[in-house]
Design a protein. Structure first.
Length: 528
């Protein structure tokens, strides 16, 4: 039993909440133990302090300062603490918590829960499935683990303000997955994880950076249009031009390939040099613009659809394609190996990092949505047919999730995330959404995350948005959020036995995401 006796249960007691009074100050979020004997058995109930107030019965609220000063000369005003406590359950013989069917006994003593009792309750049921992420916030000697299987099957949201410790929390979870020889894919927008050193159970570095290569020829015309910033609702005519252009170029390339085979020397090592698919799109569109401007009726053109278009529609599409080539031309590669295939071939048992630096949001949206849907398809194939590129479950971490699934805006990734969240549970494809702007995240997508790691959140609208999306974040827990320090978090969901306040350990992997030392940089370069 703990030596720290806090107080006694008072007032009206309920099966889910009690109040106790104490001369000793309890801590917010502290686990307490209520013990008493009822009938022929000893009862132990675990609770968590969620509200504290301090009062003195000799000091009514209307006392003026002079009266308080006079009373303080007579006796020392220490006051009494009154703490409201959420009851988490009765502790069974196996350490499991059982919901109470009736309230505890009035006057029962309340103690600060000792570490050995907390270790008994929060000890990992299966160490192979558990990720050790840190310690209890109010009991630093008690280690906290989360169920990795529950993360993969029921998804996870990691939310915090900038500087709240979310990147460290992500790295800690990825470290634990690497130690289990697990497979993950990180959608890395800013290059925070490229240089990380995640190590497997043998101590080998298993970080696998993937430099994005885009094969336009394998993409649907709608995705190419989206990468160019052409939206059907706002630019339906340019969207039509792109649809017809892609169809025409693909057909022309197919015919050219057949003719090349027929005309080529089978004994020659020289293969005909063909333009890239992107260059072919641009060159074809340029030819169509010239044909549209021509006054000759019998002018030859590579495609016929141009006759039903206006010159400005062709020119607008052309400008967008050229702009796309200027922005991501170095990432475009015909016949590039699909990302899902790269992960299946070379990324099993590794922390794969998809490097999206240098891409604009339209391109990232298309790529990430395509990755998510292709991963879901391949995991379904493997589970249902025993075939496909992904033999093992994969956890996909989506950094800057508010960019990909914004509130009030339709994106391809938002649709893909919703589909994966709904369907992937049975197929071993998990999603982790990471964001420092909770209110900017689509509430429907966010609500499909069953597990939550919520670090410091200050803005009231962010707090309310998270509470609306989560069925398990109570008003009592909500009040903790502004007071959390970096690295401190509330854990909710089936990946923990009960809601927890934890302190994340520091990640051992070297990675980006830290603040730049501006003064140090100025000093270093000013001396040159």
């Amino acid at each position: 039993m703990s030596d720290r006796h806090l107080g006694y249960c008072v007032g009206v007691l309920r099966p889910n909440e009690i109040t106790f009074t104490s001369f000793v100050p309890p801590k917010m979020g502290e686990f307490v133990l209520i013990t008493y004997r009822e009938g022929d058995r000893d009862v132990r109930i675990l609770g968590m302090v969620n509200y504290i107030e301090r009062f003195d019965r000799f000091l009514p609220e209307d006392n003026n300062p002079d009266h308080v000063a006079s009373i303080s000369k007579i006796y020392r005003i220490g006051g009494i603490f009154r703490a409201r406590t959420t009851l988490l359950g009765e502790i069974g013989k196996d350490g499991r918590l059982v919901r109470l069917k009736y309230p505890p006994m009035p006057g029962a003593p309340v103690y600060s829960a000792p570490p050995d009792v907390l270790q008994e309750i929060f000890a990992a049921e299966d160490p192979l499935r558990t990720a050790k992420i840190g310690t209890l916030l109010t009991s630093p000697d008690v280690e906290v683990g989360v169920d990795i299987n529950q993360i993969v099957s029921r998804h996870l949201a990691i939310l915090a303000v900038t500087g709240g410790g979310k990147s460290n929390a992500v790295s800690v979870i990825l470290e634990e997955i690497a130690k289990k020889n697990g497979t993950a894919l990180v959608i890395d927008v800013h290059g925070e994880y490229i240089d990380a050193q995640f190590r497997n159970s043998r101590g080998e570095v298993v970080t696998n950076p993937i430099d994005v290569r885009i094969d336009l020829a394998s993409m649907p015309p709608g995705d190419i249009a989206a990468m160019c910033g052409i939206d059907f609702d706002r630019s339906s005519r340019q969207y039509y031009v792109m649809m017809e252009l892609v169809k025409c170029v693909k057909e022309n390339r197919r015919r050219a390939a057949i003719l090349d085979v027929m005309d080529s020397d089978p004994f020659s090592d020289d293969l005909p040099a063909n333009p890239s698919f992107m260059d072919d799109l641009i060159d074809t569109l340029r030819a169509l613009i010239e044909a549209r401007r021509s006054k000759e009726e019998d002018v030859e053109a590579p495609c016929e659809f141009y006759r039903t278009t206006k010159p400005d529609e062709l020119i607008g599409t052309y400008i967008r394609l050229v702009n796309l080539r200027d922005k991501i031309g170095d990432r475009v590669q015909d016949n590039a190996t699909p990302i899902v295939e790269l992960v299946g071939r070379y990324g099993e048992g590794k922390i794969n990092v998809l490097d999206l630096r240098g891409l604009d949001y339209e391109a990232m949206d298309v790529i990430v949505s395509h990755v998510l849907l292709s991963f879901l398809k391949e995991r379904k194939r493997w589970v249902q047919e025993g075939e496909g590129h992904l033999r093992v479950p994969v956890l996909v971490v989506v950094e800057e999730a508010h960019i990909f699934a914004p509130k009030g805006v339709s994106t391809k990734t938002k649709y893909a995330l919703s589909k994966v969240a709904r369907e992937a549970r049975k197929f071993g494809l998990g999603v982790v959404l990471v964001s420092q702007r909770p209110k900017g995240l689509d509430e429907n997508v966010l609500s499909q995350m069953n597990n939550w790691i919520i670090l410091r959140i200050v803005e009231p609208e962010d707090q309310k948005h998270v509470q609306r999306a989560s069925e398990t974040l109570s008003s009592d827990l909500l009040q903790y959020l502004p007071a959390l320090n970096p690295g401190e978090a509330i854990l909710l969901g089936p990946f923990v036995r009960v809601p927890l306040l934890v302190k994340f350990r520091l990640s051992q992997a070297r990675r980006g995401g830290h603040d730049i030392d501006a003064v140090g940089e100025w000093s270093r370069y000013s001396s040159r």
